[in-house]
Design a protein around this ligand. Structure first.
Ligand code: HEC
Ligand code: HEC
Length: 459
């Protein structure tokens, strides 16, 4: 008998060792390795669980290029020079604080650099314009390019400064409640390179959070495309289209996933894009500085010693870092379930989907379908990006919005340009395919609306 017991014990011990080794060492992945519902200002700075020593080193290397400010060339710190000539900010984290969402206004109440003015013109059908549309999704403004740089290195002029005014609109609810929403009217001041092209289209974009992007990248194309209903065959008023965009990495057209109009295909694509446009850093993907032909000082500015500021090794590490930061997802408490029920009952979850399973088998609740939706005239910016029309936007992922309060000690400004000060305003801007959902919201009992807003604050 005793012997048998020992055998059993040995068997159990070796069995648990096997389990330990397969999950711990050989990386069978669990939800809790990636996702946390802990809420504090450092959540998005932490790595996922069980990174090997080698992977942890790569994480730290990636982090350094995302966090530490870049400087202009030439500099003694050659590891991190090459900023500009034109740029909006000198680190990724100045627009994505602690890897979270950007602020609309900074602490001195000026428009924050996290809000980027972007600019393009209508295509006139010429070969050059069509080429731009094929590779960049739009035609950049001829003198200023696709984005307005609010900063520049020594000896080069910045491009312009953003300006916003607001027009107020009153919204009445069936029960008599009145709320005010604010329509932004954009312009640029201090234009340093002359007048803009007469057909310029100006749009403003707020920096989204980097929460959960690795998991979003791990959703299969098929699972995303399953929800496309371009002709609204199920007649629910919601269609959902994929953006197909040119990848400067694969040199092919692929499913767009990131940015407010899903115009980049991967974290690496978006990182190289951001490096070039937001910071003036070159990669092998975008090897040219972001100066237009007529910006002479920009073209003649001192170059860094290495022609490529972010080498492939560094870009890989940055991509790796963003993929391996912890993802925040709210705790599924009773209150959460109650809120989710209301959210679903008024069709919010038809676009803000709360259940995907990644290719690695991780269940996630990102609250997005990663598809484009026509959101109506109120939200249009008139700017086409690849397949996305002016009115179409990618369903914004809602997970992690609640971290903003922890990181910045203020509520997040919502929607692509941060126009909405709170969740109700954001909902009231929903139109087009979301017309019915917005009306359902307005018709909820006040108590129910309150519960839904409380839920959104926790997501
Ligand atoms: C000047 C501000 C600014 C800087 C600097 C900046 N970003 Fe961004 N970032 C933005 C804005 C604005 C968007 C949305 C762009 C759009 O929708 O067109 C964005 C979008 C992103 C996204 C897509 C997120 C999503 O959910 O779609 C990623 C990833 C990203 N940035 C990574 C980076 C990295 C990495 C760096 C540094 C190399 C960086 N950003 C630097 C402002 C900035
Ligand atoms: C037809 C699809 C659709 C439906 C239905 C829908 N949304 Fe959205 N939602 C979007 C899109 C697209 C955006 C981004 C719009 C923009 O930024 O201009 C968005 C943005 C948001 C935002 C702002 C997120 C951010 O990061 O700034 C919130 C909050 C939100 N939705 C909540 C809701 C709620 C609550 C409901 C239900 C009442 C709802 N949505 C219904 C598509 C939808």
């Amino acid at each position: 008998m005793k012997l048998n017991f020992n055998l059993l014990e040995n068997f159990l011990l070796s069995f648990s060792l096997v389990v330990f080794f397969t999950t711990g060492l050989f990386g069978v992945q669990k939800e809790s390795d990636f996702i946390t519902s802990e809420k504090n200002k450092s959540v998005l700075l932490n790595p996922i669980k069980n990174l090997s020593d080698e992977d942890y080193d790569k994480f730290i290397l990636g982090r350094s290029f995302i966090k530490i400010p870049w400087v202009e060339a030439p500099s003694a710190t050659t590891a991190r020079d090459g900023l500009g000539p034109l740029f909006n900010a000198n680190t990724c984290n100045s627009c994505h604080p602690r890897n979270g969402r950007g602020n609309l206004y900074n602490n001195s109440n000026q428009i924050s650099r996290s809000l980027i003015p972007k600019i393009s013109i209508k295509s006139n059908g010429t070969k050059e314009h069509l080429k731009n549309i094929k590779y960049n999704g739009l035609v950049p403004e001829p003198t200023y390019g696709g984005q307005i740089a609010i900063n520049a290195i020594h000896g080069v002029k910045f491009e312009a400064k953003p300006h916003i005014e607001y027009k107020t609109i009153e919204v009445k609810f069936p029960d008599g409640e009145i709320d005010t929403i604010y329509k932004p009217i954009y312009s640029l001041t201090d234009l340093q390179y002359g007048k803009l092209h007469k057909d310029s289209i100006l749009t403003f974009r707020l920096a989204p959070s980097l929460n959960g992007l690795g998991l979003i990248e791990n959703i299969s194309d098929e699972d995303i495309l399953k929800n496309v209903d371009e002709d609204d065959k199920n007649s629910d008023g919601i269609s959902g289209r994929a953006n197909f965009v040119y990848s400067h990495i694969s040199k092919k057209t692929e499913l767009g996933r990131y940015s407010w109009k899903a115009n980049t295909v991967s974290i690496k694509h978006q990182t190289a894009n951001a490096a070039n446009n937001d910071m003036g850093l070159t990669t092998t993907i975008f090897p040219n500085e972001n100066c237009t032909k007529s910006q002479i000082a920009c073209n003649n500015a001192d170059k860094a010693r290495d022609p490529i500021d972010i080498t492939d090794l560094r870009l890989d590490a940055m991509d790796f870092y963003i993929k391996k930061i912890k993802t925040y997802s709210a705790k599924k408490t009773k209150k959460y379930q109650e809120g989710l029920k209301i959210f679903k009952s008024i069709d919010c979850a038809k676009c803000h989907i709360d259940n995907f399973t990644t290719k690695s088998g991780i269940k996630i609740a990102p609250f997005t379908d990663i598809l484009l939706h026509d959101m109506g005239e109120g939200l249009t910016d008139g700017r086409r990006e690849f397949e996305a029309s002016g009115k179409e936007w990618r369903t914004a992922p809602l997970w992690g919005l609640s971290l903003h309060q922890k990181i910045n000690k203020k509520s997040p400004r919502l929607l692509h340009d941060g126009r909405a000060k709170d969740f109700q305003e954001a909902i009231l801007w929903h139109a087009g395919e979301a017309d019915k959902s917005r009306e359902l919201y307005k018709n909820l009992k006040k108590e129910e609306r309150k519960k839904l807003l409380e839920f959104l604050k926790e997501v």
